[in-house]
Design a binder for this molecule. Structure first.
Ligand code: SF4
Length: 332
């Protein structure tokens, strides 16, 4: 099996593939212009078959984990076809998706049947009005039904992503922690990242994940959960006797660049070596030339940044975020 190893010895085996910039929610920290909650197709978006061509090339190069992202991937009219195509690729062992869950209740069964293995669901509040405020109008019940349906149809693991925001949802940490006591859910807390030039409001919302551990310890004894957990950056702990576990994703206070295993492709066909840099290469001219597309992948691989240069304290790390693309145009 071929392996993609970058100049710093990191094995890259994970591709995040954004299939759309469109979204049916408008989370204030994701979109720099919350007003433009659009569902119109974005100029230059790839076709369903293009994602399969990119997936094929990535798999031949040694990628075996593919995550579908967005915007909101469930809005893509050809999503089930894309899932079916990627799941059938030789070498792809782990096919997952990140979603806001609003449409998941209806689509989970079909996606699981098409070959989807697991799902991450963004959920920043368990309070109906707070959820509506954060998402600019979203319905909490829809996402909760999507979580239940994902568990029912056997998608595993089901992971919940909560972006921790000071003064917005940090008072809900205990509620989220307690979700793991009797539900087989991985509740992950994610530090707020000022992607897309949001440096000015970073200090207003950033809160270190140490707060999560502090509160979790008041709920019960914690133990570290070892393992690679799907190749993601989260550190996991579990409350004594809990069905689920807690994950901590801290790109600022404890970066994980030394074990970065991913490349990203945006919905308009650009490959990005790193989430936080402006570097990107265009794959579109090579969609029908797989060998040339492989060369672009290898070029992106060699442009992955030196992990030794990633700052180890939050404020300095925040200043290293050069990427100007909003998160919705990258896919997280
Ligand atoms: S910041 Fe860049 S190098 Fe570091 S983990 Fe994220 S994508 Fe990888």
């Amino acid at each position: 099996m071929r392996k993609l190893i970058d100049q710093f010895g990191r094995e890259v085996n994970y591709l995040r593939l954004s299939v759309t910039d469109r979204c049916n929610l408008s989370c204030f920290y994701c979109r720099s212009d919350p007003g433009s909650c659009g569902i119109e197709p974005v100029e230059g978006s790839l076709r369903a078959e293009d994602y399969l061509k990119i997936g094929q090339v990535a798999a031949e190069l040694g990628v075996y984990r593919i995550r579908l992202t967005g915007g909101e991937p469930l809005l893509h009219p050809g999503l089930t076809e894309i899932v079916g195509g990627l799941a059938s690729l030789r070498g792809v062992k782990d096919l997952s998706l990140t979603t806001n869950g609003i449409l998941l209740e209806k689509m989970a069964a079909g996606l699981a049947k098409a070959g989807l293995n697991r799902v991450n669901i963004s959920l920043d509040s368990l309070d109906e009005s707070r959820f509506r405020q954060i998402t600019n109008g979203g319905k909490l019940a829809s996402t909760l039904e999507g979580i239940d349906r994902s568990l029912d149809v056997g998608l595993r693991p089901v992971k919940i992503n909560m972006v921790l925001l000071k003064g917005i949802n940090d008072h809900e940490i205990e509620k989220f922690v307690r979700l793991t006591l009797d539900r087989e859910l991985d509740i992950r807390f994610i530090e707020y990242m000022p992607v897309g030039g949001q440096h000015s409001r970073w200090s207003k919302y950033f809160i270190s994940l140490d707060k999560v551990l502090e509160i979790a310890e008041t709920v019960g004894p914690l133990s570290i959960v070892e393992g690679d957990h799907g190749g993601g950056p989260a550190r996991y702990v579990r409350l004594e006797g809990a069905a689920g576990k807690l994950g901590l994703i801290s790109p600022l206070s404890r970066h994980f660049c030394d074990r970065c295993n991913r490349l990203r492709v945006t919905a308009d066909g650009k490959i990005k070596p790193c989430l936080f840099s402006n570097e990107e290469l265009d794959l579109r001219p090579y969609l029908d030339q797989p060998e040339q597309m492989k060369n672009v992948f290898l070029k992106a691989l060699q442009q992955k940044p030196d992990p030794g240069r990633s700052a180890t304290n939050s404020l300095e790390r925040m200043k290293q975020f050069e990427g100007m693309r909003p998160m919705i145009n990258i896919g997280g």
